[in-house]
Design a protein around this ligand. Structure first.
Ligand SMILES: *Cc1c(COP(=O)(O)O)cnc(C)c1O
Length: 219
């Protein structure tokens, strides 16, 4: 199946209120171009260097999403152009994004990553830390706009567990929406679980392998 064929299969399953972010990490520029020609404008990368390299050569109306774990010392490279940073999981990182956004005379939209999975390896804040950041820190970071939450469910076949993890995130999302301005994005759902995520209130899905095929990390 080609990238275009994959998109033709996936796009009808995504409702209009949900944004599809095509996750192009590890994939060559030609693959991004092919998805672009099929109409995709939102692309997700998890390494800043790779995203910057692709940004340089690809059309400038692409909206670049940083979906990976961000190292503070690399924020400056993407600050001029990044559209949305999904995986913000510390106050230190928020402060650095604010500083680099100010240097570039812009406000950068971010999502706070909430830890929901039953795994040690996934990064994120808990709901109390998120509420505390929103209440106590955000006012002093004028070059950042927190627009929602991002999360990753446990990698499991247990659909109920995935659903419950998404529900946890959705309930904090609703709380934030009712108590703070600008909250509109709930970034949940990947190739394996995006349909469940949409049923549980996702407004943004991040889909890689179902569009671009399996990733080969050894090359
Ligand atoms: C790689 C990645 C995705 C896409 O995963 P697929 O299973 O290939 O769809 C989504 N979100 C994050 C944070 C990722 O790192």
């Amino acid at each position: 199946m080609s990238i275009q064929d994959n998109l033709k299969t996936i796009e009808p399953t995504i409702p209009a209120h949900v944004t599809l972010v095509a996750v192009s990490k590890t994939k060559p520029v030609e693959d991004v171009q092919e998805a672009y020609e099929a109409g995709i404008r939102d692309f997700g990368e998890n390494k800043i260097q790779e995203m910057c390299d692709k940004y340089e050569v690809l059309p400038k109306d692409i909206r670049w999403h940083m979906i990976g774990h961000v190292q503070t010392n690399k924020v400056k490279y993407m600050a001029p152009f990044v559209h949305l940073i999904h995986g913000v999981d510390s106050l230190k990182l928020l402060k650095e994004i604010d500083k680099q956004a100010q240097k570039n005379n812009r406000v950068i939209d971010v999502l706070l990553q909430q830890f929901i999975a039953d795994e040690e390896t996934k990064f994120g804040l808990d709901d109390k830390e998120i509420r505390q950041i929103m209440q106590e820190e955000i006012q002093s970071l004028p070059h950042i706009r927190v627009v929602g939450l991002m999360g990753m469910a446990t990698f499991t076949d247990d659909e109920n567990q995935i659903r419950n993890e998404f529900k946890t995130l959705k309930s904090n999302f609703e709380y934030l929406k009712n108590n703070f301005e600008n909250i509109s994005i709930l970034s949940i759902g990947m190739s394996g679980d995006y349909q469940i995520a949409i049923e549980e209130g996702s407004t943004m899905v991040r889909i890689g392998s179902s569009i671009f095929g399996y990733r080969n990390y050894s090359i």
